[in-house]
Design a protein around this ligand. Structure first.
Ligand SMILES: Cc1cc2nc3c(=O)[nH]c(=O)nc-3n(C[C@H](O)[C@H](O)[C@H](O)COP(=O)(O)OP(=O)(O)OC[C@H]3O[C@@H](n4cnc5c(N)ncnc54)[C@H](O)[C@@H]3O)c2cc1C
Length: 470
């Protein structure tokens, strides 16, 4: 395929990095604090219910109410987990946060779907006169049955659509909007149901908790879709160049219009809205391939994958871009390491470029190892620049190809233990940090192989480009 380039001005190559000040700490609450807060909030309605007491009921009725109470808080907290709040994902990483979001959604679904079937007391409103203590009858009314059933069906639908999202006949953005609004509808209907039908939710404290959580969920959506884009309006970028740099792989270069507003750690990523208003639902996460030292210039290295990434050449040069972020903990910030190993598959090279470029700018003295795998040689990006970095860094580069050209002398095949053990020398490299990025199957294979070789799991940092896989 012919090389395609279009660029504005002279910016056909990112500025070489200048030495930069060392980066600071990552923002966000530590994992332990998050877990304690989460568990505290999830248990809060059970504590309130226990304090409220009431006449004794069959254990199945108590279990049903308990599951509903816990499932409902979990559901509300899902809004915070998916809202990309740095206080939550800053330290633990957005992929861990999103994984928790998916697993907890299934837990909430299970608890909420099961709970109506556990009650031993009558569900039907015609079993009146009902007992206001909820001991002998649930005392459901027509409207509370309606809100409960609607929330129940909608919740199941939301989780099923999220799991099967890739098979849906509509774009990702439409799914995302329907997911957010659908979840808010479940939360609203569920609150109505709990306030009207819940035995314990009649307690003013518990009713207050549900209303507070509903307010928080609504606010988090307002923040994501309105306040955050409003904030981005004041931090515009200009699309400076779009260039094909390898087979189906593009470089998109931006310049910050008001320099100094965007700061990031090498290896982090951002949600980019290019050539559109920041209120657009069309935004995509990309690792930043340039170094912080190169700001106000910034580069993404993007592989064609679908609707948006296959039409990058249509981006308007000089057009506006907006970056929401930075996010992610695929960085050296806050990590101690005697050396740094980068294991990249395909476009997984993007965050590695940022790490290497920043290390060169800072004249990092540690040993670096880059193992970079591609199917064929035409997919390798910035081979010359990578070679050149060896003059400024103690860097060893190993190219691995799946389909090598004639005369290729380097390693061939997939990343596996046999390949990695040729370059990962233990115990000499036990105190290194290992960054892994690429297709999900490659990441799994590399993580497994490194652990088998004796690399401590805590020394492996992976970035998944499909964190939202079911
Ligand atoms: C943390 C992270 C960093 C990434 N860094 C890079 C990078 O440096 N270079 C690169 O080429 N690719 C990167 N990706 C992948 C990139 O985001 C997708 O390939 C791209 O969004 C696909 O968009 P599309 O419209 O072309 O394809 P589509 O067919 O619309 O999407 C293909 C898949 O990409 C994912 N995706 C699409 N839109 C979004 C979105 N708004 N939010 C989350 N996921 C979405 C979904 O899983 C979707 O099923 C990264 C992904 C993540 C999560």
């Amino acid at each position: 395929m012919a090389e395609a380039t279009h660029a504005r001005g002279e910016a056909t190559a990112a500025k070489p990095p200048a030495p930069a000040a060392p980066v600071g700490r990552r923002r966000g609450l530590p994992a332990l604090v998050l877990v304690l807060l989460y568990v505290g909030l999830v248990l809060a309605p059970l504590v309130i219910a226990a304090l409220r007491g009431g006449p004794p009921r069959a254990w199945r009725d108590e279990l049903a109410s308990g599951l509903a109470l816990v499932g409902f808080v979990v559901l509300f907290l899902e809004f915070l987990l998916s809202g990309r709040f740095r206080a939550i994902s800053g330290r633990i990483g957005i992929d861990t946060t999103m994984r928790a979001h998916q697993l907890l959604a299934r837990t909430a679904l299970l608890f909420l779907l099961v709970h109506p079937f556990l009650y031993t007391t009558g569900l039907q409103p015609w079993e009146l006169p009902f007992d206001p203590t909820g001991r002998t009858s649930l005392g459901l009314t027509g409207s509370s049955i309606l809100t409960g059933v609607a929330a129940w069906v909608l919740l199941a639908l939301l989780v099923i659509l999220a799991i099967g999202r890739d098979q849906l006949p509509f774009p990702y953005e439409a799914w995302r909007a329907s997911h957010g609004l659908g979840a808010l509808a479940v939360a609203g209907l569920g609150t109505l149901h709990a306030l009207e039908a819940g035995r314990y939710s009649a307690d003013p404290w518990l009713a207050g908790l549900w209303l507070g959580l509903l307010g928080l969920a609504t606010l988090s959506l307002v923040h994501v879709y309105l306040l955050r884009p409003l904030g981005l309006l004041g931090r515009p970028w200009r699309i400076e160049a779009v260039e094909r740099i390898a087979d189906r792989t593009w470089s998109v270069r931006l310049v910050e219009e008001r320099p100094g507003r965007f700061r990031f750690h090498a290896g982090q990523f951002a949600w980019a809205t290019l050539d559109r208003s920041p209120f657009s639902l069309v935004e995509h996460p990309f690792s930043i391939a340039s170094a912080p030292a190169q700001l106000p210039q910034l580069e993404f290295v993007i592989k064609e994958a679908g609707d948006f990434t296959s039409r990058l050449d249509r981006l308007q040069l000089g057009g506006r871009g907006y970056l929401e972020g930075p996010h992610g903990n695929f960085t050296l910030a806050g990590r101690t390491a005697e050396g740094v190993a980068l294991i990249a598959g395909g476009v997984g090279i993007a965050p590695m470029l940022s790490l290497l470029r920043q290390a060169a700018a800072e004249r990092d003295r540690r040993p670096w190892l880059l193992i970079y795998g591609n199917r064929h040689a035409g997919q390798i990006v910035y081979a010359d620049e990578l070679d050149g970095l060896r003059e400024r860094l103690d860097l060893r580069i190993v190219h691995v190809l799946g389909e090598p050209p004639a005369g290729w002398t380097g390693p061939v095949g997939q990343f596996d233990r046999a390949l990695l053990e040729q370059y990962v020398e233990l115990p000499r490299m036990a105190d290194w940090v290992y960054f892994v990025c690429g297709p999900p199957a490659m990441i799994d294979a590399v993580e497994r192989a490194l652990v088998e070789l004796g690399v401590p799991i805590g020394r492996i940092v992976a970035e998944r480009f499909r964190y939202d896989q079911a």
